[in-house]
Write a protein that binds this ligand. Structure first.
Ligand code: DX5
Ligand code: ZN
Length: 222
């Protein structure tokens, strides 16, 4: 599939979400951060807003659910128009069952790991996933500093995916910028979330294109 960029609208102008999404046409996906003030100490948006956004753009939506009880709520995001739904490993009661349910609903099933959550316990379930998200900040807020401590886990995840002969996409989220994207690409990530780096720029779409070019230059080299 190659390198993909999925800007997060968390740090965009939230009163004009559809307009903000229209400013990033070069994106492969739009990353929507759903937070419930329980799994993370922040509250963003839920199903009704998500459903409206799906109708307002032709870009596919990448739902990142930072919520308690995804087993109950994640399938509804598939029905609301998501192309990919990510739940957190730390929050899911039955991750394999949930991934299968998402796939059965016709969306890409994805699981996220917080910075301190190891990959090894989930190695055997990678075949159930279309994407693995390695968080590179503690989830909850945009604009945080990239955590280099997560790079070995990205590398390890890429090794596990390759060794199993799987096509699982490897996404990174948190502090990804023109300065940090090359480290992530070098470690093996291929799907990049970037929030503040994109929406703090005067020309957000130019940053999307530049992020992609930088990641591509590395992935071509390894
Ligand atoms: C953090 C969110 C991220 C965040 C990314 O909890 O999941 O998607 O908005 O924003 P930046 O790129 O600013 O770290
Ligand atoms: Zn996110």
């Amino acid at each position: 599939m190659g390198i993909q960029i999925t800007p997060s609208v968390l740090n965009a102008d939230l009163s004009r979400l559809a307009d903000e999404i229209a400013r990033i046409p070069s994106s492969d996906w739009v990353h929507i951060d759903v937070m419930d003030n329980h799994f993370v100490p922040n509250l963003t948006l839920g199903l009704p807003v998500f459903e409206s956004l799906a109708k307002a753009t032709d870009l596919p939506l990448d739902a990142h659910l930072m919520i308690t009880d995804p087993d109950r709520w994640a399938p509804a995001y598939a029905e609301a128009g998501a192309g990919s739904v990510t739940f957190h490993a730390e929050a899911a009661a039955a991750p394999v069952r949930l991934a299968r349910e998402l796939r059965a609903k016709g969306v890409r099933a994805s699981m996220a790991l917080k910075p301190a959550t190891g990959i090894e316990a989930y190695a055997d379930m990678l075949a159930e996933l279309d994407m693995l998200l390695i968080m590179t900040v503690e989830p909850g807020f945009g604009g945080q500093r990239f955590l280099d401590v997560c790079l070995p886990k990205i590398r390890r995840a890429r090794e596990l995916i390759s060794a199993a002969g799987l096509e699982v996409w490897l996404q990174v989220d948190g502090g990804v910028s023109l300065e940090t994207i090359e480290r992530c690409a070098e470690a093996g990530a291929d799907v990049f979330v970037a929030g503040s780096a994109v929406f703090s720029a005067e020309d957000p779409d130019a940053v999307v294109r530049e992020l992609k070019a930088r990641a591509e230059s590395i992935s071509g080299a390894v």
